[in-house]
Design a protein around this ligand. Structure first.
Ligand code: ATP
Ligand code: MN
Length: 474
């Protein structure tokens, strides 16, 4: 049995085929648009209503599962090259029109989130699911071609020093009546792992251990943040890609991130043509409701091609602060957070401004040490670290990375400054004692990438079942 994608691509005319799928529409009691999700395109199946029972035809409703057998012929009608002349038709699963939520009309994103168990059957979410798959595949392909090893870092972590955000506690203790220590705090020594554990916020620290043995590794797995930020760019559960490379400094880290992003975007352009075409027109429709100045400057695929073809702009934090300080929105107090002086943490409004200012993806580097994590390599100036963030149009931060502090004494000092117990991270410090070397890596939020490539506006709509504050349905 061929999938609809294969039938439409190969057009094996003149032979009989069996296809299975779900009804999208049935019009004029004659034309079924059948989808099996293998492609965004539907197969037109033509039924001769005189040949079939009226009762059977009545059961061809939107959402019903059908098994069809018939000859594939070239189509007389507009809109498709081939169509299936139905000889045998079986309804595998009925779909009651009165109850089925997805009728062939426009549904709001909010409505579809509430019906996330069915939304993969819509054009938009079908396209996103296929795009997610292709981008994941491209990620693995890129790293495999470049001699990286995929490393499976733990999801349950025993270290509370990852430092990237609030964590979800993992415990099997009786919540109503947990064992207590003498000081009244919970006695985790009686818990499953005999210590306190959490869901990981990042696999980086473990990936560093891998890089310092295998030279080039990457992680690609779920990460969790219990941050109460209800934004269109934050999920409580998201997938992160974290390459880590030994003997690589910040410059080669930036080269890697840029090359990698261009590769996976070009891959999607090449391999998701139909889905991107659809998502592009969806975005145009969505933006019709917005004022001109809030619409995308370029159509989706042109935007992606632009990013794939052009150099990212590399700008130091210090330069960026100068630009921001002298910017119109700063002088006219249009920013919510006015940039007063060097050392300020950049907010998403500033990131958006910089991307617009340079009209390209921007890599910011050499941030003030005190607004970045403890493990980042201290520069000779003693006040900045070898950190980099990549900012994308419409998304803001898509990548955060750094060269890691490889000097044992400096790292130890930094941990003290950040109130991190060196004993907790003895295993991490060990790598700086035995064969330490310059190394670097970055973290890319997979959903931020899918958001960018799909042109969707809310991160909840690029993952099948989003987890956000107050919501863990399905
Ligand atoms: P932000 O400032 O946007 O919250 P962050 O500084 O917390 O990001 P990092 O800790 O550097 O981000 O994580 C690396 C990458 O993971 C980010 O660049 C982003 O792509 C992604 N990311 C971080 N937090 C989330 C989240 N809550 N949901 C989805 N992706 C995220
Ligand atoms: Mn964050």
């Amino acid at each position: 049995m061929l999938l609809i994608k294969d039938i439409l691509d190969q057009k094996p005319i003149g032979t009989s085929h069996s296809v299975k799928g779900w009804v999208r529409t049935f019009r004029s009691n004659r034309f079924i648009a059948l989808s099996d999700g293998s492609t965004i395109r539907t197969l037109q199946a033509v039924v001769d209503f005189e040949k079939f029972d009226e009762a059977l035809l009545k059961r061809i409703t939107t959402g019903a599962a059908l098994s069809l057998i018939g000859d594939l012929v070239s189509s007389q009608g507009k809109g498709q090259d081939v169509e299936l002349l139905v000889e045998s038709l079986e309804v595998l699963g009925d779909s009651n029109v009165e109850e089925y939520p997805l009728q062939p009309k426009k549904h709001s994103m909010e409505f579809l989130r509430e019906n996330a168990h069915l939304r993969m059957r819509t054009n938009t979410f079908g396209a996103i699911m296929r795009l997610r798959h292709s981008l994941s595949f491209a990620v693995h392909e890129y790293f495999n071609k470049n001699n990286f090893f995929w490393m499976h870092t733990p999801i349950i972590t025993g270290s509370d020093a990852e430092g990237a955000g609030e964590m979800f506690n993992v415990s099997v203790l009786d919540k109503k009546n947990p064992p207590l220590k003498e000081d009244g705090s919970i006695d985790y020594s009686q818990d499953f792992f005999a210590k306190e554990t959490n869901l990981t916020v990042s696999g980086q620290l473990e990936a560093e251990l891998g890089a310092l043995a295998l030279s080039k590794v990457y992680t690609f797995g779920p990460t969790f943040r219990a941050e109460n930020s209800n934004t269109s760019r934050h999920l409580a559960e998201f997938w992160m890609i974290e390459p880590e490379v030994a003997f690589a400094d910040l410059n080669s880290n930036m080269d890697l991130a840029e090359d990698f992003l261009k590769y996976v975007i070009a891959y999607a352009l090449e391999n998701c043509k139909h889905d991107l075409e659809f998502l592009e027109s969806r975005l145009v429709e969505e933006e019709k409701m917005k004022p001109q100045n809030e619409r995308s400057a370029l159509p989706l695929r042109e935007k992606l091609q632009f990013v794939a073809d052009n150099n990212f702009r590399r700008v130091s934090y210090t330069e960026a602060i100068d630009i921001l300080r002298n910017s119109k929105p700063n002088k006219k107090k249009k920013f919510k957070y006015i940039i007063e002086e060097w050392g300020a943490d950049l907010q998403s409004e500033h990131e958006k401004f910089l991307v617009q200012h340079f009209n390209a993806p921007v890599i910011l580097f050499d941030y003030p040490a005190n607004i970045k994590a403890f493990y980042m390599r201290l520069n000779e100036d003693g006040k900045t670290v070898r950190a980099m963030d990549i900012l994308f149009p419409g998304i803001g931060e898509i990548v955060g990375g750094s060269q890691r502090e490889e000097r044992h004494d400096v790292l130890l000092e930094k941990m003290k400054e950040f109130s991190i117990d060196p004993e907790e991270l003895q295993w991490y410090l060990d790598t700086r004692k035995f064969g330490t070397c310059v190394h670097s890596g970055f973290g890319l939020g997979f959903e931020r990438l899918v958001l960018f490539v799909s042109g969707m506006t809310n991160i909840r709509d690029v993952i099948p079942f989003p987890r956000t504050p107050g919501n863990a349905e399905f």
